[in-house]
Design a protein around this ligand. Structure first.
Ligand code: ZN
Ligand code: ZN
Ligand code: ZN
Length: 167
């Protein structure tokens, strides 16, 4: 898989001109389970009891590839919810629900509708997903490291950090 990814990166590097298309992404938070299983087999995700530790094999992934992994297409998908975004700056850097239960998490998400911060879909409790299920709030950003990509559960849409910066 990684070889194919590198090939894909080379083939399209000319098409994606902007340097800021590239940012740190680590293969431990895919949005679908097949990639999660593959990532675990490749050692790209820490074992469950080391989920809060630095990754053993951090991977730099071009944004277009991340988009493909999330959406299955290189094209933009429309999202009806970008206009509903009220907040983009996280007010915390922990998942409070996990702190209360003494659990750890590999990465954090922030709801762009209300500001709720919860752990990602590869974490034990998936508190961001639970927030989506409870409230119907569909759109969130990654707040780990310098990440700022946006994902919409309902529209299966992915947006780059540049989109976040413009909101
Ligand atoms: Zn949407
Ligand atoms: Zn949590
Ligand atoms: Zn929310």
């Amino acid at each position: 898989m990684m070889v194919a990814a590198a090939e894909a990166s080379r083939c399209t590097s000319r098409a994606t001109s902007a340097e800021d298309d590239r940012f740190a992404f680590r293969l431990d938070d895919p949005s679908f389970p097949d990639l999660l299983a593959v990532s675990r087999q490749l050692g790209l995700i820490n074992p469950p009891d080391e989920m809060d530790q630095p990754l053993r094999h951090p991977v730099m992934m071009p944004e277009f590839l991340l988009r493909v992994l999330f959406t299955g297409t290189t094209g933009d998908k429309p999202c009806r919810h970008l206009d509903l975004v009220t907040t983009t700056a996280p007010a915390t850097d922990v998942c409070h629900q996990c702190v209360e239960s003494g659990d750890v998490w590999p990465a954090l998400r922030m709801c762009l509708i209300c500001g709720f911060v919860g752990c990602c879909d590869t974490s034990k409790h998936k508190h961001m997903k639970a927030h989506h299920d409870e409230t119907g709030h569909p759109i969130f950003r990654s707040i780990r490291l310098e990440e700022g990509w946006i994902w919409c559960y309902e529209d299966n849409a992915f947006f780059s950090k540049r989109t976040l910066d413009r909101l």
